[in-house]
Design a protein around this ligand. Structure first.
Ligand code: HEM
Length: 213
């Protein structure tokens, strides 16, 4: 029988999907607010939904931090720890992404450099959304118009960047041919597991560690 290893806890999976739900709602209602016409105009239900989704998007990671402190802190630590292996990974990355060649890839830990980058982007961009969002939400009426316009601009640019990276996340996590090998990684966000073969080929360092344990 095919062997599986546990990659994500139930709490981590629940929060990943809650976060994703809030993110998608933010994207849709954000586009509505940007279009600002007809029944999706700025003073309609789209603004209310955008604000509700924003609160969930911001609060969920903190709830996760308290619900599963050990795992969340370990992930955060690894996101801010970069070394020679990350450099080697970045150099081998174009061959992996564009030529599906994983020979040059150095063995990866539980999160590879690309995953760390995605996590890092979320951690760094979220405060930008929060600050500009709070300025527009609570201080929109009293802010000098230049500050308000800058808040809108920064909020929108941050959104464009995170949305592009989100598409990359989906492509690399779910669609890329090498990610679908040996059962792929999507199931890790469904039942928490990956096959031993997948763990060996994509997260060699981590696999060796858990096997030793
Ligand atoms: C339909 C949307 C999404 C799908 C299908 C998806 C899929 C996945 C999968 C399969 C993994 C596990 C990858 C692995 O461990 O090999 C993952 C991890 C992760 N996802 Fe998502 N995801 C989605 C949306 C999001 C959103 C909106 C965010 C954040 C705003 C997000 C943040 C993360 C993070 C931080 C991880 C852990 C690091 C990583 O694997 O990149 N995901 N996702």
């Amino acid at each position: 029988m095919e062997q599986s290893v546990q990659k994500y806890t139930k709490v981590a999976r629940i929060f990943h999907w809650v976060h994703t739900g809030a993110f998608l709602l933010l994207v849709i209602t954000g586009i509505f607010l940007f279009v600002n016409a007809g029944f999706v105009a700025q003073d309609s239900w789209s603004r209310l939904l955008h604000r509700i989704a924003a609160v969930i998007f911001v609060v969920a990671p903190f709830v996760q931090l308290f619900a599963n402190r050990k795992t969340a802190v370990a992930s955060l630590k690894s996101v801010f720890t970069w070394g020679v292996d990350d450099l080697k990974w970045a150099m081998a990355m174009p061959r992996y992404y564009f030529l599906a060649d994983e020979e040059a890839m150095p063995p990866q830990d539980e999160m590879n450099t690309g995953q760390k980058m995605w996590y890092f982007i979320i951690v760094v961009l979220s405060p930008i959304f929060v600050i500009t969002g709070i300025l527009m939400w609570f201080f929109g009426n009293i802010l000098p118009s230049a500050v308000f316009q800058w808040s809108v601009f920064v909020h929108d640019v941050a959104f464009i960047f995170i949305f592009l990276m989100f598409l990359v996340h989906i492509y690399l996590g779910v669609i890329h041919p090498l990610m679908r090998q040996h059962g792929g990684s999507f199931r890790s966000m469904v039942d928490g597991t990956v096959t031993a073969e997948y763990a060996k080929s994509h997260h060699g360092k981590w696999y060796e560690r858990i096997i030793k344990k």
